[in-house]
Design a protein around this ligand. Structure first.
Ligand code: HEM
Length: 588
């Protein structure tokens, strides 16, 4: 009986091997057909693609820079079943991000992005949308204004002085990483909600935890983003990061609420409205609002403040409408043409809305949009979160490189100190001083090139079928721009692996030009939103630091390792120790 059942079963499944071979052939053929749609690159195996090539310790950005020699500046690597187009040189990056403007402006849906933005719409990981555009404009403007403010210069001075005081107490060579973290987080926390951390307490640890965890748990990216079923093996790590992120957001929200309680609404938001309304009164109502209003930085920052100050709803709505008009000149033009032809110069009355359907539709859409984009607390928190997570990690990594480079090149440090001493003496630096300190500014620019802390920037997505460097690339393809390769491209930089601030100088002045193949902050409409703030921060920090102390490698250490650690998401220096000595007793 049993043998009968077994032989029947064998007869029944006799077709299985045939089906298996058929399926395998189908998968292989489909894989190769799919490959043809993308630029050629290293040969991918079915299912794993080129993942096996990343088994060794070489960071992905260095490996792909090397592949360029064989496959050219634009090629496809297959990360599991996912094609990823890598753009290694500056000309192709410029074509994709500047010349073709919006073609590669999207972001991909990734587990990484979701972990960071949670349920909120953010700027960094948000796909291209009108909401992203408006949020970015507001935050960009606020950040740029803040970068040149006296408030920032004073804050940096205070925070650096406090850090120097602590570092000077170290009697043995020490790893400066924690001091650098505290310094950078204190600048952000002080400006966002007037808070300082004297030591690495629990709340401070909560702020730095998500980024830290990401680098330790997923140093080469999240496997589930490449091969979906691998997610089951790493889901526990995702939960860990999600939990850390919840705690991080809880700190931000709590701090924001505290800050809001003591916040005195300034007259500024009203000033905006008074300005608009007075213009409206003296001339013709809609006309002036529609034709003369120019979106400008002033307005953006005031709007930003007005949201966090909690102005009343109709004021906010008016602000949004004006912002949207400035942001979409074509819509504004259509509305103006409609009003002009329906009313001429006659002042509008309520009933005119039937004569101006497009303008009424704009009003309705603004009301819808205004509720879609988070207001008040949420909005402010989103922007703060963004600045916190996008800005602190890159800035602290950059400072880690800069301190290492100062210790490694005592002659460069000496030249910087002499320049600062003669230009500023003991006076605390302000933004404008960078013109008085060209060598120090050149050091900053060279450090950004040499360190390239965000070597792949953030991933991009093609929003349409497009072309880069003569290759067709379908819509919805992930594209990575290798910023590391471009900052070290020998076609543009002489001896690219040598650290040399002089390359940015001519006759002891900063070269007055745009540097090709210089992309520490990326390029195009997705370029780093905090570039100005990061440059301002880093300049002020380094100058204030050097005014007060000398940084050296420990006795006997000839030179430090200057290659990045073997992780792929960021360019991180190997751990190192320094000795800090007081120069002039400025800080006690
Ligand atoms: C040395 C410091 C920094 C470096 C090297 C750096 C570098 C970058 C790079 C390479 C990108 C990706 C660009 C792309 O997707 O093509 C980026 C994006 C971004 N950065 Fe920075 N960044 C730094 C500091 C900051 C700071 C201080 C802030 C906050 C004020 C900030 C906010 C952002 C935001 C919001 C984005 C996303 C922009 C978007 O998607 O539209 N960054 N950054």
């Amino acid at each position: 009986m049993l043998s009968q059942v077994l032989s029947k079963l064998l007869n029944d499944v006799g077709w299985l091997p045939t089906v298996f071979v058929g399926l395998l052939t189908f998968v292989v053929i489909r894989h190769f057909m799919k490959r043809k749609k993308y630029p050629p690159g290293p040969f991918p195996l079915p299912i794993v693609g080129n993942l096996l090539a990343f088994r060794d310790d070489t960071p992905q950005f260095i490996k792909t820079a090397e592949w360029q020699k064989k496959y050219g500046p634009v090629f496809t690597m297959w990360m599991g079943g996912r094609p990823v187009v890598v753009v290694n040189n500056w000309d192709a990056t410029r074509e994709a991000l500047t010349v073709r403007r919006n073609d590669v402006i999207g972001r991909n849906k990734t587990i990484l992005g979701n972990l960071f933005k949670q349920e909120d719409e953010d700027i960094m990981f948000a796909d291209y949308s009108p909401e992203w555009e408006v949020l970015r404009k507001i935050a960009h403007s606020a950040v740029r204004k803040y970068a040149v403010s006296e408030e920032l210069a004073e804050l940096v001075q205070d925070v650096v002085d406090a850090s120097v005081r602590k570092m000077l107490k170290e009697k043995e060579p020490f790893d400066p990483t924690l001091y650098i973290y505290l310094l950078v987080y204190n600048i952000i926390a002080s400006s966002a909600f007037g808070k300082r951390y004297e030591e690495a307490n629990q709340e401070f640890m909560n702020l730095k935890e998500p980024n830290e965890l990401l680098l330790t748990e997923f140093s080469s990216g999240i496997p589930g983003d490449l091969i979906p079923f691998l997610r089951i093996f790493t889901i526990h790590k995702e939960w860990k990061i999600k939990k850390a992120m919840d705690e991080y957001l809880a700190v931000l929200k709590r701090e924001f609420m505290e800050h809001k309680k003591s916040y005195k609404p300034s007259r500024l938001p009203h000033y905006v409205l008074i300005r608009i309304l007075s213009e409206v009164r003296v001339t013709h109502q809609l006309r002036i609002t529609l034709t003369k209003f120019q979106l400008n930085d002033d307005f953006c920052i005031l709007l930003f403040i007005s949201h966090s100050a909690g102005t009343d709803t109709s004021e906010r709505m008016l602000s949004w409408m004006i912002l949207l008009l400035g942001n979409y000149p074509n819509i504004q033009k259509l509305m103006y043409e409609e009003i002009e032809s329906a009313l001429g110069n006659r002042a509008p009355v309520q009933d005119d809305k039937h004569l101006c359907p497009y303008t009424s539709a704009f009003l309705m859409e603004s009301l819808r949009f205004g509720t879609v984009v988070p207001f008040g607390l949420d909005h402010r928190t989103t922007v703060d979160t963004e600045i916190n997570s996008a800005g602190t990690d890159t800035s602290q990594l950059m400072l880690r490189w800069m301190i290492l480079l100062l210790g490694n090149y005592p002659n460069i440090q000496k030249k910087m100190y002499e320049e600062i001493e003669s230009a500023l003496g003991n006076r605390a630096p302000v933004q404008d001083d960078k013109h008085l300190c060209p060598y120090t500014s050149a050091f900053l620019m060279e450090s950004l090139r040499f360190g390239t802390v965000a070597p792949f920037g953030l991933d991009h997505r093609t929003t349409v079928d497009t072309e880069i460097d003569g290759y067709k690339i379908p819509k919805d393809t992930m594209v990575l721009f290798n910023l590391w390769a471009q900052n070290r491209d020998a076609a543009y930089w002489k001896d690219p692996d040598i650290f040399n601030p002089d390359r940015f100088l001519t006759n002891n002045k900063l070269k007055n030009e745009r540097f090709n193949s210089y992309v520490p902050f990326g390029q195009g409409r997705r370029m780093c939103l905090g570039e100005k703030l990061a440059m301002a921060d880093l300049f002020l920090i380094i100058v204030r630091l050097l005014q007060q102390c000398q940084i050296s490698l420990p006795d006997g250490a000839e030179s430090a390792r200057l290659d990045p650690q073997p992780v792929s998401l960021a360019a991180i220096p190997f751990p190192y120790k320094i000795v800090v000595t007081s120069r002039n007793g400025l800080v006690k």
